[in-house]
Design a protein around this ligand. Structure first.
Ligand SMILES: NC(=O)c1ccc[n+]([C@@H]2O[C@H](COP(=O)([O-])OP(=O)(O)OC[C@H]3O[C@@H](n4cnc5c(N)ncnc54)[C@H](OP(=O)(O)O)[C@@H]3O)[C@@H](O)[C@H]2O)c1
Length: 322
């Protein structure tokens, strides 16, 4: 039987999640919760979700919900993940789980105590494009020496949660976390970082550029911004070749370039819905059929790098151990 999911909030990002769930036999979305009962009722009708709950606690009390997808603003992720786990639900929590190592650990401790699964929703990691890219970075470009990662877009709405300090907004939290995830996937856990940021008057980073030093002298340069044009990029550069993905995070392109011996080749992979794949991965893990792709180790390491990048940026670019 498919896993029954509930959604916490009526966020914009729910749209591809609902579409991914609808395309799958492994799960179904049976309920959604929002702060405003009437608005959530209308939302549930619009998306064909059977039950609407007024308030997130009501969804956590719904005995028919086995797993919850949390699409709340960043600063609410850990508290609601813990509450959901303590209510006996499995949790897929939107990225980034947290910018604080202690909170990421707290969330996974709650999962372990409850005997439930928790996964950070880095949908790009589930894509066949990402898996092929990482494989070729390991065996088609010689010794990996440099990673370049970028993600930016222009945010025009000053009221957007991404600019809220209380809700853990910021360019690194919103889009730079993908660059961190990419650097870690390709080059391993960084040993030290140095970051520069431009912030709003409230202290929220709208632009950041950073260098990461990984074991073996591999370097990453990354940049992320909420005030630059739409840009996505991931490059892995080795001693004898390079890989270049121009759509590494959304993976709609289902292709990237391999440069070797002065030759440029396009590597194509099967098109896939990363949102569906992450839901199916966790649903299968809930049924004991497979392991979750991403767990405690990845999420805590991810928070550790984000914490170090903010510490460095807040100290004006100081070299900071991870
Ligand atoms: N994986 C991806 O591709 C991807 C893409 C975009 C965003 N995200 C992540 O998904 C999360 C949501 O992003 P989004 O852009 O979809 O957010 P959004 O549209 O602004 O929605 C956030 C939702 O949180 C609820 N909420 C509760 N307290 C709130 C508060 N104080 N202020 C604002 N909203 C509040 C609201 O739902 P109710 O009123 O219904 O309760 C609101 O609809 C973020 O963590 C983001 O990083 C992931």
């Amino acid at each position: 039987m498919g896993v029954s999911w509930g959604i916490i909030s009526t966020a914009n990002i729910n749209t591809p999640i609902i579409a991914g769930a609808r395309a799958s036999d492994a799960l179904e979305i049976v309920a959604v919760a929002g702060r405003d009962g009437a608005r959530t009722e209308a939302y549930a009708r619009e998306y064909g979700i059977p039950r609407a709950h007024a308030g997130y606690d009501a969804l956590l009390a719904d005995p028919d919900v086995e797993a919850v997808y949390i699409s709340l603003p960043n600063g609410m992720h850990v508290d609601w993940a813990v509450r959901a786990l303590q209510a006996g639900k499995h949790v897929l929590c939107e990225k980034p789980l947290s910018r604080r190592v202690a909170d990421a650990v707290r969330a996974f401790d709650a999962a372990d105590a409850a005997g439930r699964l928790l996964m950070e929703a880095f949908m790009w990691r589930h894509s066949p494009q990402t898996q092929r890219f990482a494989q070729l970075a390991g065996d088609a470009i010689g010794e990996l020496r440099l990673v370049r990662a970028a993600f930016s877009f222009p945010l025009s709405d000053p009221g957007n949660v991404r600019l809220s300090r209380e809700l853990d907004g910021g360019a690194l939290m919103d889009v730079g976390c993908y660059c961190v995830s990419g650097a870690r996937l390709l080059a391993g856990e960084p040993e030290a970082v140095s970051a520069q940021q431009v912030t709003t008057s409230e202290g929220v980073d709208v632009r950041m550029a950073a260098t990461l030093r990984h074991p073996g002298g591999v370097l990453t340069t990354l940049d992320c911004a909420l005030d630059l044009p739409n840009r996505s990029e991931l490059q892995a550069i080795g001693s004898s070749g390079a890989l270049w993905a121009r759509d590494p995070w959304h993976c709609h392109a289902a292709s990237f370039e391999l440069l070797r011996d002065e030759e440029r080749e396009t590597v194509t992979v099967a098109r896939a819905d990363s949102y569906r794949l992450e839901l199916e991965n966790l649903s299968a893990a809930i049924r004991g059929e497979s392991a979750p792709l991403l767990g405690r180790e990845d999420a805590v390491a991810q928070a550790r790098v984000i914490e170090a990048l903010y510490a460095s940026a807040d100290a004006g670019g100081a070299l900071t151990a991870v």
